[in-house]
Design a binder for this molecule. Structure first.
Ligand SMILES: CC(C)(COP(=O)(O)OP(=O)(O)OC[C@H]1O[C@@H](n2cnc3c(N)ncnc32)[C@H](O)[C@@H]1OP(=O)(O)O)[C@@H](O)C(=O)NCCC(=O)NCCS
Length: 177
């Protein structure tokens, strides 16, 4: 009988070097989400090379202290990721913005996004933030944010496009932390 390896899902805060070390997995999660039709800034055909360039810029921003980055890792595999933009204009030093909450399709429905958000909120508070904002075009994400105590401001119709070019609404949320 063969042995079965069981890995725990670990939520890790990443420094710039960690982002580089996990580059392939992070870029893979982003490409998988765009392929799955998620409205996360990018359009159909988004490639692994483009996603790698995106996460290289994230590594630089983390190094400069402008963003916090997190990954959910099981064994060697990156299952999901989220970032908090902490560099804000001088009149909003207390605000952070959650962005790119992404979980690979095969890993959804296991609480990965909730754990990433818990970690991101805690780290944002430690970084001195007292209010977080975000926008989303995902119904699943909307339910998650509502469960986690986020306040729904409202939806802006035709705010952006789905990867296939269809216009879609975006909903704004905020949370005092
Ligand atoms: C939105 C997104 C991040 C959610 O990720 P996820 O890891 O599947 O989220 P969770 O597992 O925490 O919650 C998803 C569902 O699984 C359920 N769930 C969580 N743990 C579970 C478990 N152990 N057993 C059964 N169900 C579970 C949750 O209750 C939730 O149910 P609901 O959809 O009926 O409300 C993911 O769908 C995604 O990456 N979408 C594409 C990118 C995107 O649009 N991101 C949002 C940008 S703001």
């Amino acid at each position: 009988m063969g042995a079965t390896l069981v890995f725990m899902i670990e939520i890790r805060q990443l420094d710039g070097n960690d982002v580089w070390a996990q580059m392939e997995g992070l870029a893979g999660v982003l490409v998988d989400c765009v392929e799955g039709g998620a409205s996360v800034n990018f359009m159909q055909g988004y490639s692994l090379d483009e996603a790698t360039l995106f996460f290289e810029s994230v590594a630089d921003a983390v190094d400069r202290g402008e963003r916090l980055a997190f990954a959910a890792i099981e064994g060697e595999e990156v299952l999901g990721t989220v970032q908090v933009i902490v560099k804000m204009p001088p009149n909003q030093p207390h605000r952070g913005e959650v962005t790119k909450l992404l979980v690979r399709r095969a890993a959804r429905g296991r609480g990965v996004a909730q754990r990433l958000m818990e970690e991101a909120e805690t780290a944002a508070r430690v970084a001195g933030k007292s209010v977080l904002t975000l926008d989303t075009a995902s119904d699943t994400a909307e339910r998650l944010y509502a469960r986690m105590g986020w306040n729904r401001v409202g939806a802006i119709p035709e705010f952006c496009l789905l990867p296939d070019g269809t216009p879609c609404a975006t909903t704004i949320f905020w949370k005092a932390i």
